[in-house]
Design a protein around this ligand. Structure first.
Ligand SMILES: Nc1ccn([C@@H]2O[C@H](COP(=O)(O)OP(=O)(O)OP(=O)(O)O)[C@@H](O)[C@H]2O)c(=O)n1
Ligand SMILES: C[C@](O)(CO)[C@H](O)COP(=O)(O)O
Length: 397
């Protein structure tokens, strides 16, 4: 009996668009649906039956954020993920993804991150049909609206919708034929199947899914949010309606070379704190509390040693980036309360100054309390400082 070889499948997730029509305050893939971004939901759909390789194509400069999202989805299988920068058009972004494919991949699916709620079964149908037919394959839905041809706002013709379908993604192809088609592509096409067909290759269809709609406008985003609230498929869906709280703690020992940085302030004459960054335990505790409240991991998830762009960054830089991450996830920070335990410095004279700096960086009210510990513990012995923060976030819209 002849055995049919198992395909080595790669999924290229194109997520490099700017999201002009959504106007979500961030590149579209990083806009939050609930507690998770559009990209995160798209990856969740792929992780249910992981392929051999996942290539994520994002706007230049957002590669680190994409790696963070991928790590939280794929965990110890994260070595199957490659992240690359995209181009000015969708077609250029797909080409960048194709260039990053591993040598042993033989079947390629190209998927819009913007179709974030696509069920895993659609991926399986596309892969099966590529394998069976050797053709290009698109998932499709019937066209439900009555269609008209229009010129200068005047209807010139009724269009028969019977032979028409709406194309979705993921679109699947034998790798060699897709690379050939891309090598010969002259014009820009709005999907890969059109480019593939223009090169003379056959394209077949399988059933798509209504959940695979493309998040393009604010109304689409509302629809996705509504679907997730009412129990649609998302593994990582967080309840959106209620405020959420989080806590964070950080400790640093005295002994750093630089002057003390704490609560966003420089403290001349005070001993510095040791740490990879500026050792600002107050800012770091706030970052942990806010990220935790929004379900976005912790400080190590976003500012770890694998993120060289944050090496040596001040606590304020961490706070500003945290505010962006939380906003992109669809939350606003309500307030933060942080308490410092330390013998020194004395906060009373500079409490208002610290609160103003921290609040400005986070974009939300931060109140600061300070206490000594009656000589007890490492803070009482003057060995270091400890800070504990509580944050409240709520849905932004
Ligand atoms: N230069 C581009 C443009 C688009 N895309 C991706 O292609 C998919 C479909 O594009 P679309 O929904 O039109 O996204 P945007 O281009 O971001 O939207 P807009 O046209 O509103 O700016 C999206 O997942 C988008 O991230 C991409 O990777 N690179
Ligand atoms: C690829 C696609 O999602 C198929 O429906 C679509 O063509 C890409 O988005 P666009 O808005 O048409 O550019």
């Amino acid at each position: 009996m002849d055995l049919i070889p198992v395909p080595r499948v790669a999924v290229i997730v194109v997520a490099a668009g700017s999201g002009t029509r959504l106007a979500g305050g961030a590149p579209k893939a990083f806009v939050g649906i609930d507690g998770s971004s559009i990209l995160r939901h798209a990856l969740d759909g792929i992780a249910a039956a992981p392929p051999a390789q996942v290539v994520i194509v994002v706007p230049s400069g957002r590669e680190g954020d994409a790696r963070t999202e991928a790590l939280s989805v794929f965990g110890d299988r994260n070595e199957l993920v490659t992240v690359v920068a995209g181009g000015a058009t969708r077609q250029q972004s797909v080409a960048a993804g194709l260039a990053a494919l591993w040598a042993d991949v033989d079947t390629v699916l190209v998927h819009d991150a913007a179709r974030a709620l696509t069920p895993p079964a659609v991926f399986a149908r596309v892969i099966d049909e590529v394998r069976r037919s050797g053709a290009g394959v698109i998932p499709m839905r019937p066209v439900v609206d009555t269609l008209k041809r229009v010129a200068d706002a005047v209807v010139t013709e009724a269009v028969d919708r019977t032979p028409l379908v709406a194309a979705q993604t993921p679109q699947g192809f034998p790798r060699a034929a897709l690379e050939d088609a891309y090598a010969r592509a002259g014009a820009e096409h709005t999907d890969d199947a059109a480019l593939f067909a223009a090169a003379g290759h056959e394209v077949r269809t399988v059933d798509g899914d209504d959940l695979s709609f493309k998040i393009t406008t604010p109304a689409d985003l509302d629809r996705a949010r509504h679907l997730l609230r009412s129990g649609a498929p998302a593994a990582s869906a967080a309840p959106l309606a209620l405020p959420r709280v989080g806590t964070g703690t950080d400790v640093h020992a005295f002994g750093g070379d630089a002057p003390l940085r704490l609560a966003g302030l420089t403290w001349p004459g005070e001993p510095g704190l040791r740490g990879h960054s500026d050792g600002d335990a107050v800012a770091h505790a706030i970052v942990d509390a806010v990220l935790s409240a929004a379900g976005l991991g912790d400080i190590g998830t976003h500012f770890g040693v694998d993120r060289p762009e944050f090496a040596g960054a001040t606590g304020e830089v961490f706070l500003r980036r945290t505010a962006e991450l939380v906003a992109e996830a669809g939350f606003a920070v309500g307030n933060v309360s942080v308490q410092v335990q330390a013998n020194r410095p004395r906060f009373s004279a500079r409490r208002a100054e610290a609160e103003a700096v921290l609040s400005a960086a986070l974009g939300a009210p931060v109140s600061v309390a300070a206490t000594t510990t009656d000589g007890l513990g490492f803070t009482g012995a003057g060995e270091g400082v400890s800070a504990t923060a509580v944050a409240l976030v709520h849905p932004a819209r």
